[in-house]
Design a protein. Structure first.
Length: 294
């Protein structure tokens, strides 16, 4: 049966769709503007003549960024960091959240552990003690230093704890009746039904590791060990005219720091923009259920 919609309902749907399209365009406008800046010539950028279309289209900024081997090395470091960091963080968060989602009767002193977690989330010892701790473990200039330095986000732990509490207790009781222990209950009951919250913290983790640059700056003494964001942060256009031929000098004179910075920002955003659509359908469910406490 086809429902007949009134004129008012059709007008409301049209206005609602138009409003949502407008919001979408407003969100995409800054990204589009950054892309146009990165594709425009130096004089147009300096004059503020770039709006929604590139002026003097060129790819010089992107050529400058990818022309050095250090760019690809730092990109590979970031890929390794994201992959290893996501695996480590997911494992640590899920295994910590499961026992802490039990009652105080099932896990004695549970509230003490929770207060310690909350305290660690709100306060830290500072950068110097953190650096000395990482150095004492021999993790300077190591991919594991970049992974383990922030491998246990407390906010994600709390999110998963609250999600686990919303899992029907009948599932766990049925598993125990069938002879399942804590590990089997965790791996075969809780993890499979936690796809929304796992997708949510995966998104948080991937974005966090990809965008973080300070740890790479502090924990890496060689540029070859820099993750991409640290490399981009440190990338400066330094022109040594004595070592350039006429053509190179001409190309370098066309470079602009604003265009270069816009290209850096756009390159850094592309991987996240690619990953997000695949996780978005789980995101709202995971963040909603994980934030509600029974």
């Amino acid at each position: 049966m086809i429902e007949h919609k009134s004129l008012g309902a059709r007008m409301f749907n049209g206005l609602n769709a138009g409003f949502l399209i407008l919001i979408t365009l407003l969100c995409l406008t800054p990204l589009w503007y950054i892309l146009m800046i990165s594709l425009s010539e130096k004089s147009a950028v300096n004059a503020g003549a770039v709006t929604f279309w590139p002026v003097g289209f060129n790819l010089l900024s992107y050529q400058k960024i990818v022309s050095e081997a250090a760019f690809f090395m730092s990109f590979w470091v970031s890929v390794k960091r994201v992959v290893l960091g996501t695996i480590v963080t997911l494992g640590a968060v899920l295994m910590m959240a499961f026992p802490l989602s039990r009652t105080s009767r099932q896990l004695p002193h549970r509230n003490v552990y929770m207060w310690v977690l909350i305290f660690c989330m709100l306060f830290n010892g500072g950068t110097i003690p953190w650096y000395l701790t990482i150095r004492s473990y021999g993790l300077i200039d190591s991919i594991w230093g970049l992974v383990l330095a922030g491998g246990l986000p407390i906010f994600s732990v709390i999110l998963v704890i609250n999600f686990f509490r919303n899992v029907p207790s009948a599932l766990e009781e049925a598993a125990y009746v069938d002879g399942a222990g804590p590990w089997r209950t965790f791996l075969q009951i809780y993890v499979p039904v936690s796809a929304p919250v796992i997708a949510t913290i995966t998104l948080f983790t991937v974005v966090g590791y990809w965008n973080e640059f300070f740890q790479g700056l502090v924990l890496s003494t060689k540029q070859s060990n820099y993750p991409l964001q640290t490399y981009i942060q440190q990338l400066v256009v330094s022109l040594n005219l004595s070592n350039m031929d006429t053509e190179q000098i001409k190309l370098s004179s066309q470079l602009n720091n604003k265009s270069l910075n816009a290209a850096k920002i756009f390159i850094a955003m592309v991987p996240v923009l690619i990953i997000y659509p695949f996780l978005q359908k789980f995101f709202i469910t995971g963040i909603t259920l994980g934030s509600v406490k029974e």
